[in-house]
Design a protein around this ligand. Sequence first.
Ligand code: AMP
Ligand code: ZN
Length: 115
Amino acid sequence: MSDCLFCKIIKGDIPCRKLYEDDEVLAFHDINPVAPVHFMLIPKRHLKSLAEADESHQALLGRLMVLLPKLAKEQGLDHGFRTVINTGRGGGQEVFHLHIHVIGGGNLPPMVRRD
Ligand code: AMP
Ligand code: ZN
């Protein structure tokens, strides 16, 4: 997808602070972190959001999920971390290339404010 920000990062057209890469997956630090550790795990294959996932993405999504805790540990998140997948405008998604936020390394506030 030529107009997709994360596809441009995958291609190397836009720089990122990479922490992991293989043939199917890229992980890089969020440019605007909300906690001491905040990185993103994305599939290299363009997929707009979780809402567009189908059976053909099953193995890839599983791969992301199994890799994720290993990367979190490498980033020093020994006591746990938060994973967030914003899906669609209603879910607060801003970049329409599926990504999993991995957040931790501080005292995280409750995920949803109840007030
Ligand atoms: P979302 O709201 O789930 O779509 O999250 C998009 C995330 O992408 C935000 O947390 C942004 O800070 C992050 N972001 C936007 N541009 C870049 C970039 N060039 N490099 C790294 N992270 C980015
Ligand atoms: Zn993309």
